[in-house]
Every structure is written in structure tokens, then in C-alpha cells.
Design a binder for this molecule. Structure first.
Ligand code: ZN
Length: 272
């Protein structure tokens, strides 16, 4: 609390919360201590709390005055994390396929509407994003191509997000309109850290391209006509019995948590 009051900006926000929301502002105060960064489901609850208090105070702050006429800083009403700060945590390295690579033949421009999540199912030693990038660049994976490969440490980008890849459903909408994200699962790679990095990247891409959470989908979502079964068990470790269920909902919650961090207004950002 002393730290809060030492900062004039935070003091203004805190004062506004007290004035505008009354007793319920205790929740805002605990959030101001950094609750939004503790992650997980609890973090999501804090996020919603921040959203509500931010909305309540926004009319007063937007006008530059509280109800009591005390000047309020509008600078505090920004997302709790800058989108580019989230992106920097993902550690994206661009390593595009050359236009001569088979994976780039016949591609067209794309305005992405979906994000498709895959896993490599490549358990061989050292099958990290760089190894997949090399394979794509050398046309070792046939005509396959996708946009990012992610592991516990990095996300390597193989294609710009405004051109199509071939990773989901032959000539279907999954290929025509979605950004393909492949999660690595080679030996020694932390799956939980890989999933966390992928959730952050998906949240940033949602923000960048205006894609709703309902259109962040597993590869399973896209039927592959002529294949049996048409719906692939991919990414297998985020599906339950080969279908989206509890694990997939957990992944969606993580993506939403990171997306809320960079889009929902709240006071935490000001004290970072
Ligand atoms: Zn897949």
C-alpha cells in the first residue's frame, strides 16, 4: 500500500477506485499489488475484476475528472501488459522458407481468420524448431508448410502470416484462412513451457489480427476429406480421447488469460 501511495499516478487511480466503486474497490487494491501476474485460473479471476473496476471508473477518468471533480489520469486506463511485451516473451525468430522451397509453391495471400494448433508428433532427439525450419527450407517435408514452430525456448517463424500454409486440410479453410502453430514434443523439451509459449503467441496473434478465441482451434477442428478418420487427433496431448474436451478448454483459458492481459484495461500496468 505504501508503494502504491508513493506513486502519484497509482494514488490517483486508487483514489478514483475508492471514490467510484466504494467498498468493492478492495478488490482493485489487491489487484494493484500485482495479482494479475500470478498466472493461472486465479489470474483470470483477477483479470475480470480488473475489467469491471476499470470499466466503472472509465467514464470518470475518460472525462478527466472523478464525480467529485478531482482530476484523474487517463494514462492508467491501458491494458495491464503491452502487447509487444507479451510478444517479446515468446521470443520469435524469423527464418522464412525461400520462395524456391516446395512448401511455398502455389501459396496465396491470406487474411487470417483462424489460428490452428498442432503438435509435431516428432519425438526424435533434437527435433526442435530450428531443425523443423531446416527441414522446411530444404523441402524435406514435401509440400507441407506452416507459420510457427514452438518449443520451450523459442518460436521460429517459417512464413509471414499473410500467406497461406499447408498444415490442416488440403485445400480446405484450415489452410486457406488459418495461421498454423506447431508445438514440439522432442525428448528433453518441456511440454508445459511449450504450451505456455504457444498460448502467449496465440493471444498475441488474436490481438494482431482481430481473431476471436472461438477461432483458435485444434487441428482436429478441420475435417480432412478422403481421410479416415477425417478429424486428426492433433494436438494429441491437448485432446481427450482424440477430441476437444477438458484439456482443450484449459488451453483456451490460458490463451484468454494472456489475451485479457494485453486487451482488458486495468490499473496494474502502471506499476510495473
Ligand atoms: Zn496437426
Amino acid at each position: 500500500m505504501g508503494r502504491l501511495l508513493a506513486n502519484p499516478l497509482i494514488f490517483a487511480v486508487t483514489l478514483t477506485s475508492l471514490l467510484v466503486t466504494g467498498c468493492s474497490s478492495h478488490r482493485s487494491l489487491s489487484l494493484g499489488g500485482g495479482g494479475g501476474y500470478r498466472g493461472g485460473p486465479a489470474g483470470m479471476l483477477y483479470s475480470h475484476s480488473a475489467s469491471r473496476s476499470g470499466e466503472r471508473s472509465s467514464s470518470a477518468a475518460g472525462s478527466g475528472q472523478s464525480r467529485q471533480g478531482i482530476p484523474v489520469s487517463v494514462r492508467a486506463l491501458v491494458p495491464r501488459k503491452a502487447p509487444l511485451a507479451l510478444l517479446s516473451e515468446v521470443r520469435v525468430h524469423k527464418d522464412y522458407l525461400p520462395k524456391s522451397a516446395r512448401g511455398r509453391k502455389g501459396q496465396s495471400s491470406m487474411r487470417p481468420r483462424y489460428i490452428t494448433i498442432h503438435s509435431t508428433q516428432n519425438w526424435s532427439k533434437g527435433a526442435d524448431p530450428w531443425r523443423h525450419s531446416l527441414a522446411l527450407k530444404r523441402s524435406k517435408l514435401g509440400s507441407l508448410s506452416w507459420h510457427y514452430t514452438i518449443d520451450q525456448s523459442v518460436a521460429v517463424q517459417h512464413l509471414p502470416t499473410n500467406i497461406t500454409g499447408r498444415h490442416a486440410d488440403f485445400n480446405g479453410p484450415g489452410n486457406k484462412y488459418s495461421i498454423g502453430l506447431e508445438m514440439c514434443e522432442h525428448k528433453g523439451n518441456s511440454l508445459s513451457r511449450t504450451i505456455g509459449r504457444t498460448a502467449k503467441l496465440a493471444a498475441y496473434l488474436m490481438y494482431k489480427h482481430g481473431i476471436p478465441l472461438s477461432k483458435v482451434v485444434p487441428h482436429y477442428h478441420w475435417p480432412r476429406h478422403g481421410m479416415n478418420p477425417p478429424h486428426k487427433n492433433c494436438p494429441h496431448f491437448l485432446l481427450d480421447n482424440g477430441r476437444p474436451g477438458r484439456k482443450w478448454r484449459g488451453f483456451q483459458a490460458r490463451v484468454k488469460y494472456y489475451h485479457d492481459l494485453i486487451t482488458v484495461q486495468g490499473p496494474s500496468y502502471a506499476i510495473r
